[in-house]
Write a protein that binds this ligand. Structure first.
Ligand code: AMP
Ligand code: MG
Length: 410
């Protein structure tokens, strides 16, 4: 019976792979409005000041601050209202001594005005004048030209992944196109004589291929582009052909199944034919997911994921996700979303191996509980019916009911 030798932990496995991977350098121009999640390729500087004119941050009155000095409830400053400057209008009104103009949030200040008195700090005196009940300092309630950003300021460095607020910041400055790195392309081949396309009814002994599509969905979720190569039988030549098609068009290749040690498992042999240095490791100390292959062919990472759909997704998260982030060139990759919860049942585990156990989350009286979904680890509905995974560390013999655990949410 063949065995896995030199089994690496998932993090050691990634450490072995990391030095072989470099970020994509090809870049393309992209409309800012559709750039969410894309990685900026070149430094972007501001072409102009933002805001481009001094504006009011309150509803009230444009004033010359010094005309309000000393004002109080008992001795208000009397100002003549000489103009009304609606939001969206420009004005050439200049204030003279003891004059004010009606101002709106986001609207322009009158010329000579250096502050805004909030409407709540005034009262009407007669048809055309107001009483100011408290002084304002110069600059009060005013957003100055260039206060948000100055012309020439560096806005984004290369490697920054665009977030919703970044789209707003760029568009405010009229930057409607940005240079971004090309998305990593990840080719997916599902191997196995038993597989039929999901739209077919499988004959006895066959099953529908699901890994192609769960893996493709995860690839897309990570900001990369899945390239579905298709199904390959458990035969060397067709698998080699599919693998070559994959690495010709993509930056990384995933093989589903065939990663174990039986005579029908030929992923490792195929990977060793694709380029140097070939297979880096075969087998990782994790459950589910032990029969995993990590290889490199001429700078392109290759993954042999276990065929078991649950194992495939667990290993994908530990090894493929960080690889996609390295390829993408991002310097702010999203971190796993985790929540702490109290475990409701014991989880036995062998030490020397990391276990990943699907759990459901429930709230009882304000305390979050996590309940393991036990069952055969190869059943996709253990993942469908769970909210996240907990890790039992390699040096632990298990976790106990009542312990606080960290749940990695999907
Ligand atoms: P293997 O890695 O080839 O030993 O496969 C392990 C288990 O995963 C077997 O039960 C396979 O039938 C199943 N399996 C392999 N490939 C897929 C796939 N693409 N979709 C769903 N299940 C699969
Ligand atoms: Mg198989």
């Amino acid at each position: 019976m063949p065995e896995f030798f030199n089994v690496r932990s998932p993090s050691q496995a990634f450490d072995d792979l990391r030095p072989h991977i470099s970020a994509i350098t090809e870049c393309e121009l992209m409309p800012t409005t559709s750039s969410l999640g894309r990685v900026i390729a070149d430094e972007i500087r501001s072409p102009e000041d933002l805001p481009s004119f001094p504006k009011s941050s309150m509803d009230g009155f444009s004033v010359r601050a010094r005309d309000t000095f000393g004002a109080s409830e008992s001795l208000p400053a009397l100002l003549e209202v000489v103009a009304d400057i609606p939001t969206g209008s420009s004005s050439d009104v200049e204030l003279s001594v003891a004059e004010a103009a009606v101002a709106y949030t986001g609207g322009m200040l009158a010329g000579n005005a250096d502050a805004i008195v909030m409407i709540e700090r005034t009262q009407p005196a007669d048809e055309t004048s107001i009483e100011v009940l408290r002084p304002v300092a110069p600059g009060e309630n005013v957003v100055h030209a260039g206060e948000d950003v100055r012309a020439g300021d560096a806005l984004f460095d290369p490697g920054h992944t665009v977030r919703p607020q970044d789209i707003g910041g760029l568009l405010a400055l009229g930057i409607t196109e940005i240079p971004v790195l090309r998305k990593p392309r990840v080719a997916i081949v599902s191997t196995g004589d038993e597989l039929v396309p999901p739209e077919d009814r499988p004959p006895p002994g066959n099953i529908r291929d699901i890994n192609t599509y769960t893996i493709a969905a995860r690839v897309a979720q990570c900001g990369a582009e899945p390239v579905i190569i298709g199904l390959a039988p458990d035969e060397y030549e067709p698998q080699l052909q599919a693998a070559r098609d994959g690495i010709r068009t993509a930056d990384a290749l995933i093989f589903s199944a065939g990663s174990s040690l039986s005579t029908r498992d030929m992923t490792a042999d195929v990977f060793n034919q694709l380029g140097e240095p070939g297979v880096l490791l075969h087998g990782i100390s994790i459950k589910p997911g032990k029969p995993t292959i990590v290889a490199v062919a001429d700078g392109k990472p290759l993954f042999g994921l276990p065929g078991n759909p649950v194992s495939a997704l667990v290993v994908f998260d530990l090894l493929v996700v960080p690889t996609i982030h390295l390829l993408s060139g991002t310097d702010n990759p999203p971190t796993a979303n985790t929540l702490n919860a109290i475990l409701t049942a014991d989880i036995p585990s062998e030490s020397g191996r990391e276990d990943y156990v699907p759990v459901t989350l429930s709230d009882s009286g304000g305390t979050l509980h996590s309940t393991p979904v036990f069952g055969k680890s190869n059943l996709i509905y253990t993942l469908v019916n769970s909210d996240g995974l907990i890790q039992v560390p390699a040096d632990s013999g298990g976790l106990y009911a009542g312990e606080e655990v960290s749940v990695r949410l999907y």
